[in-house]
Design a protein around this ligand. Structure first.
Ligand code: ACM
Length: 523
């Protein structure tokens, strides 16, 4: 009842209530800075731009700028009902995308909005793409719908100049514990791109399933990929499937970071090939959720032939810079064996032209020159373990921050969250947002911090709806920590910008968790 009354009051306040007719939304643009992640600089002022039926999207003659304009048109046409031609000619008012050298870096952009139109300028296509994501958020949420909406389509006047704080802004999807199809991964990529995330880390192998085709070891997928947590049928990506994910991600300016976790988390491989086991006996497939019980046989030469083949084939279909070799929770590998294994495996990654990323346990071995460690500890992780990571950073190892009690998207929000885990604690929206990557590991040089990544482990996550519920709204906070300057960090301001994303998620069909910490508009 209170909610009904609330919406009646809102409608009355908008002065648009006529019995029986849908109320017209107020003809006022949202504030220019109401964007997630917060832009580096926002200067509101001047008239709003109103997107109208006769508008065009002006783009560079060819290439990526034109493609980005077409992507924008594909988003705007269904909801506005306008033709929005994408053109390099003519002087019609509308939206203009320009590639032009300037102080924007590879990912930054400038957006200027006024009565005559909106112009987004960037030095590189990635910057134009990110500017387009900002423009989407400046338009009313209904612009994301796939049927014609009434508008009006207003963008507040002023200038945004924006560039990211960190170059690495990632999200990880565990496709091993439960398998997710190419279409499901593409859907997640679209969600990530809206928040300017630029790295998609795919956790492609674990005890429960091997998910990427390796021609020289075919049973990895045909047998090792044949199940998942709970005993479902699993699945795997052919090389063509994987390349399609890579292509789709690249078209949204995300780089794919493939992970083959080793020497632990390898039961699916050990089950597929008896020779990989020290005792020559293949264990059964595993569909539970324990960790730490499997290890490649560090003392056998065939192990390194195997690793070489896998990395060679995976590197060959990965245009991105990185190859993630896991290295976490190797509880069934002695420390000495772990160090020896990593000493042999890291040069294989380099041989195939890739940069090593490993979970932060790699810092307990000898991280290769240029390697990056992904920190997944907790606020109260043992000081000695943190000190080891900090020391490695001081010695040149890069860091990606994924503190599990802040940014693991599979942690429950509250005790009542129906999905997820709680081994790192309960992580509601404020806790997920309210930390600073720059000062999180005191003593780590600022230059070592490459960025942040929000992993989504999928022991309990099975469907798109499950992904949506755990990732939203926390993913937006992770994106903001990666992109926005530290000076913009403020929970009270953030929660208002975040709340404005709710209707957008509804328009996009994303079923998010309506945390009581966030002042969502009434549905
Ligand atoms: C991890 O959560 N085991 C990296």
């Amino acid at each position: 009842m209170a909610r009904v009354l609330g919406s009646l009051l809102l409608v009355a306040a908008a002065g648009a209530f006529t019995a029986g007719a849908a109320p017209a939304p107020p003809a006022k643009a949202g504030p220019l800075g109401r964007v997630v992640p917060a832009p580096a600089s926002v200067t509101p002022g001047g008239s709003a731009y109103r997107l109208t039926r006769d508008a065009a999207i002006r783009v560079p003659d060819s290439g990526e700028g034109r493609r980005i304009g077409t992507q924008l048109a594909d988003i705007l046409r269904p909801s506005t009902g306008y033709a929005l031609p994408v053109t390099s000619h003519g002087h019609r008012s509308g939206i203009q995308l320009r590639l032009k050298s300037g102080p924007f870096g590879t990912e930054g952009y400038r957006l200027v909005s006024g009565r005559g139109g909106v112009t987004i300028t960037a030095a590189r296509p990635a910057g134009l793409f990110h500017g387009v994501q900002t423009l989407r958020q400046l338009l009313p949420a209904a612009v994301e719908k796939d049927s014609v909406q009434p508008g009006p389509w207003l963008v507040a006047g002023g200038t945004i100049v924006d560039t990211p704080r960190y170059a690495y802004r990632g999200a990880m999807l565990d496709v091993s514990r439960h398998f997710f199809t190419v279409e499901q991964v593409k859907r997640y990529i679209d969600q990530l791109a809206l928040y300017k995330i630029n790295q998609l880390h795919l956790h492609l192998s674990d005890d429960q399933g091997w998910r990427i085709a390796v021609n020289s070891w075919p049973r990895l997928t045909t047998y090792g990929g044949s199940t998942e947590v709970g005993g479902g049928k699993g699945g795997y990506y052919t090389k063509a499937d994987y390349q399609e994910i890579v292509r789709y991600a690249a078209s949204r300016y995300l780089e794919v970071v493939p992970e083959i976790d080793m020497p632990g988390h390898t039961n699916a491989a050990l089950a597929s090939y008896a020779d990989l086991n020290c005792d020559g006996v293949a264990p059964p497939l595993y569909t539970g959720t324990e960790v730490g019980f499997s290890s490649l046989c560090v003392g056998k030469e065939i192990t390194y032939d195997f690793v070489d083949d896998v990395i060679r084939e995976l590197a060959a279909i990965t245009p991105g810079r990185y190859l993630h070799i896991g290295g976490d929770e190797a509880h069934s590998t002695s420390h000495e064996d772990y160090v020896g294994f990593m000493d042999r495996v890291q040069p294989i990654v380099a041989k195939y032209g890739k940069t090593v990323i490993g979970w932060h346990q790699l810092t307990g071995a000898h991280p290769a020159k240029g390697a990056i460690a992904q920190y997944w500890g907790l606020d109260d992780t043992d000081a000695a373990e943190k000190a080891q990571v900090v020391k490695a950073a001081q010695n040149g190892t890069g860091l990606i921050l994924s503190p599990a009690d802040r940014i693991y998207l599979d942690m429950k929000y509250t005790e009542d969250t129906p999905l997820g885990q709680d081994w790192a604690g309960l992580v509601d929206v404020k806790r997920a947002y309210d930390w600073d990557p720059g000062s999180y590991l005191p003593g780590a040089p600022a230059s070592a911090i490459r960025g942040v990544e929000a992993p989504l482990w999928t022991e309990t996550i099975v469907t798109d709806a499950d992904i949506d519920y755990m990732a939203f709204p926390r993913l937006a906070g992770a994106a903001e920590l990666g992109w926005s300057p530290a000076a913009t960090h403020d929970w009270d301001a953030y929660k208002v910008r975040l709340a404005a994303q709710g209707p957008r998620w509804e328009a996009l069909g994303i079923g998010y968790y309506r945390s009581p910490q966030v002042p969502w508009p009434a549905k």
